[in-house]
Design a protein around this ligand. Structure first.
Ligand code: FPP
Length: 240
């Protein structure tokens, strides 16, 4: 599989789906799927870094995931804490900037503190920006931005006619980041599920039947290759 190094996406976003189904198929509790999912995430992060793709966003916990059984949510928190503790060294060595998009304040204090610690410890790096979407929902993000802009209008800091896409973007969690060029979703589901809905207006989608715990570097390369074959028109006419 030969990738064109000049046509790599600048931002890849991934919906890591199918952990529960994969575990069930093996006759294991769902959390085993998540556990393996973390190992896969680590491999894909390293591969992204190796390829020199500048931004990777992983959907690790959605606003809707709070509705899952308490034991599953707690187990996911444990995995996140272990990830942060065990990976900080690797993030620093590889000069990876770790960022959270979503409502950090929804999490228990100890997790919030860990997340902020890792964000702070890696803020000076830029070899790869690793965005972890946690307690993230696209609609909630858009509503939050709208409320903040409305406050500014109320205080006469901005006129309604001045509100444009560029300004609106500054109030999103992803401010200063390019829109995702490629969005991958595993496990055969073909939905966006409230992930980066504003930012993915012109994103290329790649769906695979493979569940996240079985997603390999080779599968990742396949997705990237598929992306490189696409003709991106951004609503314009493409001249052959
Ligand atoms: C979707 O599978 C996955 C999640 C809700 C959690 C994703 C989190 C991870 C893979 C861990 C990554 C975390 C770190 C710290 C890198 P599902 O449970 O919805 O699967 P199902 O649709 O088969 O039930």
């Amino acid at each position: 599989m030969i990738l064109d190094p000049f046509k790599l996406p600048k931002h890849v976003a991934i919906i890591m789906d199918g952990n529960g189904r994969w575990a069930k198929k093996q006759g294991l509790p769902r959390i085993f799927g998540h556990q393996r999912g973390v190992e896969v995430a680590k491999k894909i992060i390293n591969k992204t870094w190796e390829l020199g793709i500048p931004v990777l966003t992983l959907f690790a916990f959605s606003k809707e995931n709070w509705e899952r059984p308490k034991e599953e949510v707690t187990a996911l928190f444990e995995l996140l804490k272990n990830y942060l503790d065990s990976e900080l060294k690797n993030l620093k060595e590889k000069e990876i900037n770790f960022r959270v998009i979503g409502d950090k304040e929804d999490f228990p204090k100890d997790i919030q503190e860990k997340l902020e610690f890792v964000e702070k410890a890696t803020e000076k790096y830029n070899r790869l920006i690793l965005c972890m979407a946690l307690s993230y929902g696209g609609r909630a993000e858009i509503l939050k931005a709208t409320k903040q802009i409305a406050e500014k209008v109320k205080k006469n800091e901005i006129e309604p006619f001045e509100i444009n896409e560029e300004i609106f973007r500054k109030f999103l969690y992803t401010k200063n980041l390019p829109d995702p060029d490629l969005l991958i979703r595993t496990s055969g589901e073909m939905r966006i599920s409230n992930f980066l809905i504003f930012q993915s207006a012109y994103t290329e989608f790649y769906f695979t039947e493979v569940c996240w715990p079985e997603f390999t570097e080779e599968e990742y390369l396949k997705a990237l290759l598929s992306y490189q074959k696409r003709i991106r028109k951004f609503g314009k006419v493409y001249e052959f």
